[in-house]
Design a protein around this ligand. Structure first.
Ligand SMILES: [Zn+2]
Length: 359
């Protein structure tokens, strides 16, 4: 099977081709109209029944669409399709990737493909798959307030089938306006300085940390980032994203300093180099009750790169799919909220394969 670019709309192309295995994946049902089947042969991949195309998961004989740079890409992965920005952020792990910009049409065998922005993190894309007048969108994770962070907002297009991963999409989960939360973060940082302790903001490695560093710089803070967050600044700056001049933390914060630090390293000994400090959680997890206590923080701020419940509902209503598949990280309450008389909702448990086109 050959993955082929096609010239459309006068866009600047190259005519590269990527040859992938002709071998049919084992255990895959080839009847595209059969009910969704669960197979133990895949490692976390959602895969189209009878096709080589899989989403955010990896098998030796598959071709993987990588929706965004949070997805763990094995070093040995060779057959990838992703957005240009995600390929840049993945660095050497995407050295064999076929990278295309949003909106460009290309094909894989009989499948017509196009990427759409999801507003989750820089480069995050949904993959729109068209075959015999039926359309599937694998959206992966959607974002909230992407425009506030300088990202393209989520674009929903009508489809028959939608695949979503919505870890913060449960009913009742609603993010406040980011401008309001940013003001509260600024107050937290100034109060910490007033109390002679360093403010430390715990957030994900990629997504919020980089634009937040620019926003806090504008407020007059000397922002520093952990190296795992700082490493993205160069590529993002080259891509024209608003990331500001934050420095990499090397053991010393200035008196007006704010330190951004990965949430999962909050207990690392290297954080002690910041001296007396006060931590705040910056994440959609802040919407949970007792979030600050649960993470050993003084405060929790619900600023997030993830879509909340109203944004998921809005995306679904614009895409208007007849069938929705939710990935395993999605709370079951969202499945119940999305069900209606005309809409089927399924929640996957990994590993799984996917019926492409609902009848
Ligand atoms: Zn993500």
């Amino acid at each position: 099977m050959v993955l082929r670019y096609r010239r459309r709309g006068g866009l600047p192309w190259d005519d590269s081709e990527l040859t992938v295995s002709k071998k049919k994946p084992s255990g895959v049902r080839t009847d595209a109209r059969a009910a969704p089947a669960v197979s133990s042969g895949f490692r976390g991949a959602v895969r189209l029944a009878g096709e080589l195309l899989q989403f955010d998961g990896f098998t030796e004989d598959g071709l993987t669409f990588v929706s965004h740079a949070h997805v763990h890409v094995p070093a040995e992965a060779e057959r990838l399709v992703t957005s240009v920005i995600t390929a840049r952020l993945l660095g050497s792990r995407a050295r064999y990737a076929l990278a295309t910009p949003y909106g460009r049409e290309f094909s894989l065998g009989a499948l017509e493909l196009r990427m759409l922005p999801t507003g989750h993190v820089p480069g995050a894309a949904a993959l729109m798959v068209r075959h015999q007048r039926r359309t599937l969108i694998y959206a992966g994770q959607l974002g909230a307030y992407g425009e506030f962070y300088g990202l393209a907002g989520a674009v929903a297009e009508p489809c028959d089938t939608l695949v979503l991963d919505a870890p913060y999409g449960a009913p009742g989960r609603k993010l406040p306006k980011p401008q309001t939360v940013l003001k509260r973060i600024v107050t937290f940082c100034r109060k910490a300085h007033g109390d002679s302790v360093a403010p430390v903001l715990l957030c994900a490695r990629l997504g919020l940390a980089q634009p937040l560093s620019a926003l806090l710089h504008r407020e007059g803070f000397g922002v520093q980032l952990h190296r795992s967050q700082h490493r993205y600044l160069g590529p993002l700056r080259e891509l024209g994203m608003p990331v500001g001049p934050a420095r990499r933390f090397e053991g010393k914060l200035p008196p007006d300093g704010v330190l951004l630090w990965p949430l999962d390293l909050r207990e690392a000994a290297s954080l002690d180099a910041a001296g007396p400090h006060r931590c705040a959680l910056v994440s959609a997890r802040a919407l949970r009750p007792h979030a600050a206590d649960d993470f050993g923080c003084h405060a929790a701020f619900p600023l997030s790169e993830h879509a909340d419940h109203p944004r998921i509902l809005d995306y679904v209503s614009r895409a208007s799919p007849r069938r929705i598949y939710l990935l395993p990280g999605t709370p079951p309450e969202l499945a119940a909220a999305l069900r209606s008389r005309d809409r089927e909702v399924h929640r996957f448990g990994p590993p799984a394969q996917l019926e492409l086109f609902a009848t």
